[in-house]
Ligand binder design. Sequence first.
Ligand SMILES: [Zn+2]
Length: 409
Amino acid sequence: MYSTIPLYYSNSYDKKLRAFVLALSTYAGKPAVILDRTLFYPEGGGQVGDIGMLNDEAVIDTQKDDQGTIFHVLAAEPTFAVGDTVTLQLDWSHRYDYMQQHTAQHLLSGTMHRLFGIGTVSVHFGHADMSIEIDAQELSDTNIVQLEDTVNAIIRQAIPVTSKIVGQEEAQALGLRRSIKVNGDVRIIAIKECDTIACGGIHVSNTSELHYIQYLRSERIRGHLRTFWVAGSRAIATIRKNQTIVDTVGTLLSTPAENIIENVSTLQQQLGEAQYLGRLHAVQVAKLLLEKELQQAKKVQNIPLVVVDASSWSEPYIKNLPEALLELSPLALCVVSEREDEKLNWLICLKGIEHEGAIFQAIRKQALPLIKGKGGGKPPLWQGIGADKTSKVQFIKQVKAIFLEWING
Ligand SMILES: [Zn+2]
């Protein structure tokens, strides 16, 4: 077991440090370095581990084991040795971003508790946003706006975020909004008159460093509500991104932002009507195409036998064949069409014909295997896909033979 002096609490704004290599080790199968002191915060309490550089080697994570040993996890085997003095350089934008999200979470949880009596069940800090699961099933729009406004007002007041170590008994007597999870001495983080809680994470020094917090969305989880937020640079980036989206959509629609919703809803309605008319049209054309085939078809026992390669037909016509077939009878029909993905569509329709089930069974056994066909249906219509379009011609020939054999009989 090695003991590393943690300087990330006392010097949480330092970005560079000289340290002494105590040991070279591994962490979860990756090379790791143990130092006599560090600025790098090891993952814990929901806050991610720091990243940065150790001399010229990339530190991709910082972790702590159960004995308290801190591992600087490297991307590759280190070039330095035990006893060397090395330079630690923190990836400050990464660390500061998490300091902002983390402190914002304290402020949001504390303010929700103070304003609405809502407690925090769990928190998660992601790369894009931060989430707070609350012990409530709902948070009204009015409450969300009130919460945003209250927290942003606290941010503008630049209230100091302070930390102190107290004994367990004293910590318990503070009546914190969340139970204390550590034994022995407790680190208390306080934002005066806003929130006091036990926490081992890294925080900004005053609330003005959070710049701004913004609510993103909510989802239900385990009977609770999980609320998603951004703070600091992420909040500014989110506002800019959303403004760009609004501007782009407005330009596409040639409409000012305030008319976008009305405009899109009109477009949706028009699209629905156009799709309906398009489908009616496709059914009519499919019916005309089928009628043309029927006129040219060979008739046996007064039943037209139609086997069509419809690969040149447009997709909407093929898709609407079942609808087009509703008014056509009697007929024995097989339509195949090649798809863009090297496969085939197939459709069999046996209308006004005796033994139609048995005829389809014959096709299933003797013809569909040729094209590796799958699919199904019920009388009078079956359809599906064939995985092998190279046997299209044999398939057509086989279906013709089956039609003739059964309908002659
Ligand atoms: Zn904290």
